[in-house]
Design a binder for this molecule. Structure first.
Ligand code: SAM
Length: 172
């Protein structure tokens, strides 16, 4: 199974703040190691860093100023999630077997044509429009079915699963 990073393209600070935060938290919770956002937004970096501090793990968030150059210099596979792509299941076996790092690109607004051209795989989670959050969660959970059950070391808090109440313990 490859190590997965996510590139969030086209983040519009006012409009996309919550959804980009959710893309980042979904990437973290479902087993990706890093997210790159292409417009600086300190509120998102703070929120995601705060979650990592509280709940642990080594997830990284960073801003990339030139996403095209970043994609061109990526050493590994590039997968673009798009409603216009081929069913992701057709590429899943190859992706899971790959040892190369995987960059998963999700858009916000319409993505530029170079994204389709530079991606090894343009794949869809169904061909209906829905959300980058749902598409990313479904893809990551198929690449790594236990990704969302991983242990996050070094946090300040740990959730104790309960069928009755909200329960967390402090670890420091
Ligand atoms: N019509 C837009 C487009 O050009 O793809 C939809 C944008 S959608 C709000 C934002 C992102 O969600 C897309 O860039 C894509 O990454 C993801 N997305 C939405 N529906 C998807 C689907 N059915 N399969 C895979 N990804 C999807």
């Amino acid at each position: 199974m490859p190590e997965c990073e996510v590139l969030r393209l086209g983040h519009r600070p006012e409009r996309d703040k919550r959804i980009t935060t959710h893309v980042a938290l979904t990437a973290r919770a479902f087993g990706a190691t890093k997210i790159h956002i292409n417009r600086s937004d300190s509120r998102i970096v703070e929120t995601v860093s705060d979650v990592s501090e509280k709940f642990g793990g080594n997830f990284v968030i960073e801003t990339v100023s030139n996403p095209k150059a970043f994609v061109q210099s990526w050493e590994g596979l590039i997968l673009h999630l798009t409603m216009f792509g081929v069913p992701f299941g057709k590429r899943l076996g190859t992706i899971i077997k790959s040892k190369e790092p995987l960059l998963i690109i999700v858009g916000a607004e319409k993505v530029p044509p170079w994204v389709f051209e530079h991606s090894d795989y343009n794949v869809a989670v169904g061909n209906q429009p829905h959300s980058e959050v749902s598409a990313l969660a479904i893809l990551l959970s198929n690449i790594n079915p236990e990704g969302y059950n991983q242990t996050f070391e070094g946090g300040l808090l740990e959730v104790i699963p309960s069928s009755e109440r909200r329960n967390m313990i402090s670890k420091k």
